[in-house]
Design a protein around this ligand. Structure first.
Ligand SMILES: NC(=O)c1ccc[n+]([C@@H]2O[C@H](COP(=O)([O-])OP(=O)(O)OC[C@H]3O[C@@H](n4cnc5c(N)ncnc54)[C@H](OP(=O)(O)O)[C@@H]3O)[C@@H](O)[C@H]2O)c1
Length: 234
């Protein structure tokens, strides 16, 4: 890969993807984008703010390399105001809005922001971190209403987009990724139920995700893959 690569989100997985892409892909100019972490190559971005997304447009426009890769590694499962619901009576409108804002609306609005920079005649990858719990077909335990539904909505947004971009940009590839359960702030409160060998380090997760990304071809655009390369049912 050659050109500008943006990793959006400075959390556990995003920062590791940034480090690995920077060290492994000598021809990629990799920039980490997010709210507060400083990296050697960093652009400030609040992906839930329209002003900040407009600002991102200017930064890409003023950059010398052609956009080649965008990975959205933002997301939220819990926050001071958000807790994954165990039952229906925990569901609240504000929580649904908070979860959808980052897990569903942000990825599609990010795609809208970068669209004008997608090359018509060369390969371009757009990947976004989803989660297996966003699969409706795989839902065997229920609960986590807002996070599950927001990730399902993200999947639907990006599946639709893969059809539109397939027509406009035949060399574009959209990939939805489930990283496994990864040892980051997002999973920390829920790790006690995860067997030790099923809790991945960020290094392991990043390696798996990059391996999948590097194998993608336009015919695969709009698919939802787990860390091991297996396709996940919608
Ligand atoms: N860890 C897992 O086990 C696991 C499993 C399945 C799927 N995933 C998915 O993988 C992705 C990455 O998760 P992670 O484990 O790396 O979690 P994380 O460490 O909590 O990272 C999430 C990042 O998203 C950023 N973010 C949230 N709102 C933002 C905004 N408005 N603008 C910019 N950045 C924002 C957060 O930044 P702030 O610190 O500024 O809020 C944080 O750095 C998420 O989509 C998650 O749903 C993770």
């Amino acid at each position: 890969m050659e050109g500008l690569a943006l990793v959006i989100g400075c959390g556990g997985i995003g920062e590791q993807l940034f480090k690995d892409l920077t060290s492994k892909s000598k021809n990629l100019d990799v920039v980490l984008c997010g709210r507060d972490k400083r990296a050697s190559s960093f652009w400030e971005l609040d992906i839930e703010s329209q002003n900040s997304l407009d600002d991102l447009k200017n930064k890409i426009r003023n950059h010398s390399s052609k956009l080649r890769l965008v990975i959205n590694a933002t997301g939220r499962l819990h926050s001071p105001t958000l807790n994954p619901e165990k039952r229906l009576q925990h569901v609240q409108k504000e929580n649904l809005i908070e979860s959808f804002s980052i897990n569903a609306f942000a990825p599609i609005l990010l795609a809208k922001t970068i669209e004008e920079f997608i090359p018509k005649d060369s390969y371009f990858n757009f990947a976004s971190l989803s989660a297996r719990v966003g699969s409706i077909g795989d839902n065997k335990t229920g609960g986590w209403y807002s996070y599950r539904a927001a990730k399902s909505a993200q999947n639907q947004f990006l599946k639709s987009l893969s059809i539109e971009w397939g027509r406009k940009f035949p060399k574009s590839i959209i990939t939805l990724l489930h990283p496994g359960t990864v040892n980051t702030d997002l999973s920390k409160p829920f790790q006690k139920f995860v067997p030790e060998n099923k809790l991945f380090s960020t290094e392991k997760a990043s390696k798996y995700l990059i391996d999948i990304l590097m194998k993608q071809i336009p015919e695969n655009s709009g698919k939802f893959f787990a860390w091991d390369g297996s396709e996940i049912v919608w």
